[in-house]
Design a protein around this ligand. Sequence first.
Ligand SMILES: CC(C)(COP(=O)(O)OP(=O)(O)OC[C@H]1O[C@@H](n2cnc3c(N)ncnc32)[C@H](O)[C@@H]1OP(=O)(O)O)[C@@H](O)C(=O)NCCC(=O)NCCS
Length: 221
Amino acid sequence: MFRMSDAWMARLKDPQPWSAPRPLPQPATAGDICVRLYQQGDGPALFAAIDDRREALLPWMAWASSDPRRVDDSIFYVERCRRAYEKADCLDFPMAILDASSGAVLGGTGLHEIVPDLRQAEIGYWVRGTHQGKGICTRAIGALISAGLRPTEEGGWGLRRILIFNDVENVASRRVCVKLGLRLEMRMQKDRYLDSYRDTLGFAVLADEWDFEHNRTKPGT
Ligand SMILES: CC(C)(COP(=O)(O)OP(=O)(O)OC[C@H]1O[C@@H](n2cnc3c(N)ncnc32)[C@H](O)[C@@H]1OP(=O)(O)O)[C@@H](O)C(=O)NCCC(=O)NCCS
């Protein structure tokens, strides 16, 4: 059977593949917004954030139609996340978006689908129905991208490239990417199904294109 030599395999990945910095990075903040890993005790507040106005998360977050059903489901979810974070091979880091002063959960996001050999991650997001349209997502995701792309020596996650995908009809989600100055890199034709086959837009940014001070893409990128 054909087997690629180790030398050729090595050419297919970053010479310094990503691994999660330990200890895991501190919360990312932008003014009154904080993005952090789930902590013990977040379950009830997370449940409230979803249950408050579930219909505002639909149709894009289809899980919200049935999950979580009870506070216990969110408590279990938070515990599962916390245990997964500790595993050396964890490549999925769900996070909460919070009001930095009150600690209320305002939404969810995270670094997902991490590809260590490319030092790349995807970000997804949702914001509590009662709090949408106030710029919360844009501020939260700007802060999270900064944390994600910041080198580990400077307290970041040490990623090189971040991707965000949204349904072509999800105007609010697309606006968040546009407001952050992300580059529209792809339109995937009819690659998802929601009542009918639909297109997906893919936005991206590289670490050297990102303005860490202003939490957005550098002008002219
Ligand atoms: C997408 C989502 C996270 C945005 O959160 P948010 O905190 O409201 O976002 P922001 O306030 O930072 O920005 C939203 C932008 O979309 C615009 N917008 C919202 N609904 C819109 C609509 N139906 N048509 C056009 N623009 C719309 C807002 O006006 C705002 O743009 P502006 O600042 O230029 O006015 C939120 O709408 C949500 O949770 N939606 C359901 C889940 C979801 O779709 N997640 C993304 C999956 S990829």
